[in-house]
Ligand binder design. Structure first.
Ligand code: MN
Length: 277
């Protein structure tokens, strides 16, 4: 089994989701909770390189060991865990339990998912887990799912560079309709930018927006969750659009861009491709 497990999130070290997750994984290995010291939702994969990272020990009533609060992002926490804090590094990374779905294109913004991908970058089997509502009162079923999946991943491993993204519908356990292995959907947000005025009548903007549930692709994570099922999507680091490679190769980029004799033509133009008169 695994010896050392990193538990992190993007909701902050005190969040109910991470406490439930850490508690659920106690019997699987030695759990290190290393998480941002404030909410970092939607920080995606950003890292802190222009200021020092500081780590503070905090005791939480429901956990046997102190947690480590970091003034950085989820990706920072994973880097610190691997390279500085956990002796020999973690053998499993579990991120969550996030309050709010991370479905389809959401994963590009999600700090929860980024933490799992950072683990995968380092070749460590990693899982991100979310519940599909921001108003969750009982996390015990999602924590149970996390424990089961983490146990499976610990036994079976994951190929290097692959992480699991799990979404658990926010319904009572007896209403969950099953579990589906899925692919990523596209999510579109409408009304994404709200324009308002401050008390001095200056305009400001607030990124918000509602998801418009376009007809989800069959087999997608969104379709599974809308059906009341748990979704498990394997994510990979390779974003290469393999199906587009042949067409892009047919563009003749080598001829278009790599002829140094064209430099003189560019120098003579105004930079927009128009020749100077
Ligand atoms: Mn979050």
């Amino acid at each position: 089994m695994v010896k050392q497990i990193l538990v992190t999130n993007d909701d902050g070290f005190w969040a109910a989701g991470i406490v439930a997750l850490a508690a659920a994984l106690q019997d699987l290995g030695e759990v290190y909770v290393i998480a941002p010291d404030r909410e970092r939702s939607a920080c995606s994969h950003s890292v802190t390189v222009h200021e020092p990272l500081r780590v503070r020990e905090v005791r939480l009533p429901d956990l046997p060991r102190p947690v480590l609060a970091v003034n950085g992002t989820p990706a920072d926490c994973v880097k610190l865990a691997i390279d500085a804090i956990i002796p020999g590094g973690p053998e499993l990374v579990v991120s969550g339990i996030n309050l709010g779905a991370n479905l389809g294109t959401d994963i590009f913004y999600s700090g929860t998912v980024a933490a799992s991908l950072e683990g995968a970058f380092a070749g460590i089997p990693s899982v991100a887990i979310s519940v599909t509502s921001e108003e969750v009162h009982d996390l015990s079923y999602a924590a149970f799912c996390a424990r089961k999946l983490a146990g499976l991943v610990a036994v079976r491993g994951l190929p290097p560079g692959i992480a699991l993204n799990v979404n658990v519908p926010n319904v009572p356990p007896e209403e969950v309709k099953g579990i589906e292995v899925t692919n990523l959907s596209w999510r579109r947000y409408i009304d994404a930018v709200h324009q308002r005025s401050d008390p001095r009548n200056r305009v400001y903007y607030w990124l918000a927006g509602k998801v418009t549930e376009v007809e989800p692709r069959p087999g997608s994570d969104l379709a599974a969750v809308l059906d009341g099922k748990i979704s498990v999507t394997p994510l990979q680091l390779d974003l290469t659009a393999t199906s587009f490679l042949p067409e892009l190769k047919s563009w003749g980029l080598r001829e278009e861009l790599a002829d140094p004799r064209q430099l003189s033509q560019i120098a003579a133009s105004d930079g927009t491709g128009n020749q100077k008169g």
